[in-house]
Design a protein around this ligand. Structure first.
Ligand code: SAH
Length: 321
């Protein structure tokens, strides 16, 4: 368990990403820390968690120190040196092996960070945290392959990463949390709405019998489909469509995970959930608070809905919008 100061440092670092900020706030609260309300953190400020609540202003501007000529020159020289070194190593098989190791280590670190976050949400996750199976799979799936090449260096960072078309691959902790909450079993059929990079589907695929995933942006869906096939995920089917309507021919489903925020729970998805099935979906408007919501359908078909925690997702868009 990190102490308060360690937690504060980690949270301040994590909060430089824009998504899932409310999760950070929830964790911060557990350590008696408070985050400022954040409107536009990316451009002008980063929240600071390590102050007593009464000292907490709303915003903390990040002042960029002006760069003088000498600093710039040293920067350029260093960049050149790094480029030469990297180029020299690309042709070197030993360097290639080292790069593979680097990703393995980054993944192991990512899993430890997920476990740390999970300890901050005992109400939702209990003392056991994220299921070991989920952590194991996330320790194996090569997340960097789902991230565009120029952003691979941050593929395992504790943050969402842009995947083009204005979309993001979710922060690793959120992927872990949603996968855990689905509680999927080996012979389950799962529907994902919002294929994006294909990463969430790749995390689900080894744990279940089959994954059907729908993406509305054809460029993203086709790219994910090709990558998943290349990587040998044979039990994943990808469809380009508006996922609001689900995929009846692929269902019914033991679990449904929606990775974009809807302003209401789409009734077709509820209809395609088997009795005893579960759906995880962020619900809330683009400018309103969104809640990660767990929907359970009982054996008799009754629906139980629980709002779990505030989150921030890209919106579920509708065909024709
Ligand atoms: N699960 C993805 C990330 C999802 S980002 C991953 O692991 O990478 C949300 C995705 O939902 C985006 O790719 C977006 O294009 C898609 N999306 C938004 N509205 C949708 C809709 N109505 N139907 C299907 N996909 C949708």
């Amino acid at each position: 368990m990190p102490n308060r100061a360690q937690a504060a440092r980690r949270l301040a670092y994590m909060s430089q990403t824009w998504q899932e900020m409310p999760v950070l706030c929830a964790i911060a609260e557990r350590f008696g820390l408070r985050a400022p309300i954040v409107a536009d953190r990316f451009k002008t400020h980063a929240p600071v968690f390590d102050r007593p609540a009464e000292m907490n202003h709303r915003f903390y501007p990040m002042h960029k120190p002006p760069m003088n000529g000498l600093v710039k020159l040293v920067g350029i020289l260093m960049l050149t040196a790094i480029t030469i070194a990297v180029t020299a190593r690309i042709a070197d098989p030993a360097a290639h092996a080292e790069a593979i190791d680097k990703h393995t280590n980054a993944r192991a670190k990512m899993v430890r960070t997920i476990e740390d976050h999970a300890r901050g949400l005992p109400d939702i996750l209990g003392a056991g945290g994220i299921a070991l199976e989920v952590l194991d799979v996330m320790g194996e799936v090569e997340r960097h392959l789902f991230v565009p090449v120029p952003r691979r260096a941050i593929a395992y960072a504790d943050r969402p990463v842009s995947i083009g078309y204005g979309q993001t691959i979710s922060q690793p902790f959120i992927v872990a949390l949603m996968t855990h909450l689905l509680g999927a079993e080996a012979d389950d059929a799962i529907l994902e709405v919002g294929t994006g990079s294909g990463y969430q589907a790749a995390v689900l695929a080894p744990m279940v019998a089959r994954v059907c995933t729908i993406e509305i942006i054809s460029g993203l869906g086709r790219r994910a489909e090709a990558l998943l096939a290349d990587l040998g995920f044979e039990n994943v089917r990808v469809k380009i469509a508006d996922g609001y309507h689900g995929w009846p021919e692929c269902g019914p489903f033991d679990g449904i995970v929606v990775t974009a925020a809807a302003d209401h729970v789409p009734p077709p998805l509820v209809a395609q959930l088997k009795p005893g099935g579960r759906m995880i979906i962020p619900v809330g408007g683009v400018f309103a608070t969104q809640y990660l919501t767990l929907i359970e359908k009982s054996a008799s078909g009754q629906i139980r809905t629980r709002l779990l925690l505030p989150v921030r997702f890209v919106p579920l868009t509708r065909a024709g919008q």
